[in-house]
Design a binder for this molecule. Structure first.
Ligand SMILES: Cc1ccc2c(c1)c1c3c(c(C)cc1n2CCCN)C(=O)NC3=O
Length: 278
């Protein structure tokens, strides 16, 4: 059970501009009054009653907090403080100034392999750290990755938004129908047990996108995308992959595997010859 402060967040923090918003609520920059340190404050509206469509279940937020409290890694957003009132919960988080990885990718057609490896290696480091603690993110996508700083030669990646993350205990089957069609693994669509391997499929999709600018299973509609995922229907079109190394394609092939138990793990990915050449 997480301990949420009952004071008003504005007693301890000066609230500043809105940084972004999403399904969860809004994120504001804030300054801790006692230290002057800048943070991000994530305001989450919680449901007044179970049946309500507005806001998130308090238990859902407490699960995200419980998971974040177990994580301390340079590539994972850090949680510093917690506040709760009747209708709202506030997470005080590490301020990440570099914006979404999604926007950084969108500005380029495709990345050079050496740059893609630099990002994929950081994502794998954070994911391997989570997986060794039996925690799966289950919503890995460029929108849930941010750059600590942007205008630097080697931007640092931070995994954010653990709203769908789960503690994957051995023998406990967790099924869910959440996630974003382009990035979700076949077992999610087939409502089969999810695992840390579910994240590895998403990393295969993200790598494909970084190297080509294309999404491997993207169809005209979500239904078509989901069919492509379940059928494993993707290719390395020579028009976009002519310059891509066989090693990079092998890395992707070993992740976009239908059977979760046959996919590379995050640790195996970190020693794959494309990421760590001999
Ligand atoms: C400068 C800036 C702009 C937008 C931000 C953030 C920071 C931000 C942050 C965080 C989260 C969970 C969401 C955030 N968002 C919302 C968008 C995330 N997809 C966070 O944990 N630290 C942030 O700075």
């Amino acid at each position: 059970m997480s301990t949420f402060k009952v004071e008003n967040v504005e007693e301890l923090y000066d609230l500043m501009e809105i940084l972004g918003s999403g399904h969860f609520g809004v994120v504001k920059k804030c300054r801790e009054k006692s230290s002057g340190t800048l943070y991000a404050a994530k305001f989450i509206k919680t449901r007044k009653c179970k049946g309500s469509r507005r806001g998130l279940d308090r238990e859902q937020v407490e699960r995200e907090v419980f998971i974040l409290q177990q994580l301390d890694h340079p590539n994972i957003m850090r949680l510093y403080d917690l506040f709760a009132s009747k209708a709202e919960m506030v997470l005080i988080l590490e301020l990440i100034r570099g914006g979404e990885f999604f926007d950084f990718i969108a500005e380029k057609d495709a990345m050079m392999e050496v740059e893609a490896i630099m990002f994929i290696e950081q994502i794998l480091a954070g994911v391997a750290y989570m997986h060794t603690r039996n925690i799966a993110h289950l919503d890995l996508k460029p929108e849930n990755m941010m750059l600590l700083e942007r205008e630097v030669p080697d931007p640092k990646i931070k995994l954010i938004d653990f709203g769908l993350a789960q503690k994957i205990d051995v023998g406990v089957t967790f099924k869910s129908l959440c996630g974003t069609p382009q990035y979700i693994a076949p077992e999610v669509i087939n409502y089969e047990p999810l695992s840390t391997a579910t994240d590895m499929w998403s990393i295969g999709v993200i790598t494909y996108i970084l190297l080509s600018g294309l999404s491997p299973f993207q169809g005209e509609t979500d239904a078509e995308t989901l069919t492509n995922v379940v059928e494993g229907n993707y290719e390395f079109d020579d028009r976009y992959f002519k310059q891509t190394s066989e090693m990079a394609k092998d890395f992707i092939r070993q992740l976009l595997v239908k059977d979760p138990s046959d996919r590379m793990t995050a640790v195996e990915c970190l020693i794959h010859p494309w990421v760590k050449p001999l």
